[in-house]
Write a protein that binds this ligand. Structure first.
Ligand code: AMP
Length: 284
């Protein structure tokens, strides 16, 4: 596996592959790899000839009081893990090269970004769509793989690609979980042992919601939200950012719960660690 740090180099390599008729795939990440990241890389490996993984902790998508400075990182560790699943190129650009003095462009997707995580983290999705647009232009992939763990992000990226005519196929990968149900996340490394039960309440809340839907002929959105909140608020460490049942594609609130609905959760543990989870409730 080759490690590349400049846009000029990664673009030249990708162009060389493309001229040879090889298909290129990109997995954008912020590093500190876990099995969720590795599953995306393996998915890309199955689909393309050359897999590029980008590793960039993007300052544009962090708010002023968020965890940019403490975000876990270890390039050597990540290189070993990526190489182990057959990644060809690890692209780890420097922040100053990504955003040199004078950088003035912002990519904004309207609508889909206004609620949910967009409501709690103003400017977050502009940071995501701006960096992903740059990464697409730098790495020139045919295919890019994103996780459903960040469900709203995936919907926003699909919209971006459609609206700006990026000739890239977007693949969504299901959430990878720990055996105990916790959705894997780099931020789980912040959890102390006595915070684990609280962190598990997200997936347990989802299970409760699914059980409710199975056992009742018809279940209302409010019943689902109440059941999830009840499970989460058993833990005093938990603060709910949102519990919403929305349409999978439009992300608009659902009036009825059906197979098009998705339950999305964001919960803060001890006001420090923001965890996300989501699942279909019916037909999962
Ligand atoms: P991150 O490094 O957290 O920005 O994540 C990079 C990519 O990995 C994003 O597309 C995430 O949605 C995806 N991802 C992170 N955690 C998981 C998970 N547990 N299962 C599936 N995909 C994930």
């Amino acid at each position: 596996m080759k490690v590349v740090s400049t846009a000029v180099d990664i673009q030249a390599l990708s162009l060389t592959y493309r001229r040879k008729g090889l298909r290129v795939g990109l997995v954008p990440t912020m590093g500190w790899f876990h099995e969720g990241h590795l599953a995306l890389m393996k998915e890309a490996r199955k689909r393309v000839d050359k897999v590029i993984v980008s590793l960039f902790v993007n300052p544009l998508q962090f708010g002023p009081n968020e965890d940019l400075d403490s975000y876990p990182h270890d390039l050597d560790r990540d290189c070993v893990l990526a190489e182990g699943v057959g990644v060809d190129l690890l692209y780890a650009p420097d922040t100053k090269l990504m955003y040199p003095n004078g950088f003035s462009t912002n990519v904004h997707v309207r609508g889909l970004t206004s609620g949910l995580c967009g409501g709690d983290r103003p400017g977050h999705f502009d940071g995501v769509t701006t960096v992903v647009s740059k990464l697409f232009n730098q790495t020139l992939p045919h295919v890019a793989v994103f996780g459903e763990k960040d469900f709203q992000q995936l919907a926003v990226i699909r919209r971006l690609v459609q609206d700006l005519d990026f000739p890239i196929e977007i693949i969504g990968h299901p959430i990878v979980r720990e055996k105990n149900g916790l959705a894997m996340s780099s931020r789980n490394s912040y959890l102390k042992a006595d915070e684990m039960a609280a962190a598990l309440s997200l997936s347990q809340g989802i299970k409760q919601a699914q059980k409710l839907a199975r056992n009742k002929q018809e279940v209302s959105v409010q019943e689902i939200r109440d059941a999830v909140a009840h499970e989460i608020l058993k833990h005093r460490e938990c603060g709910i950012d949102y519990i919403e049942v929305v349409d999978k594609t439009s992300l608009q609130p659902c009036s009825v719960v059906n197979s098009q609905s998705i339950l999305l959760l964001a919960v803060k543990i001890n006001s420090r660690i923001r965890l996300l989870d989501n699942s279909q409730i019916i037909g999962s």
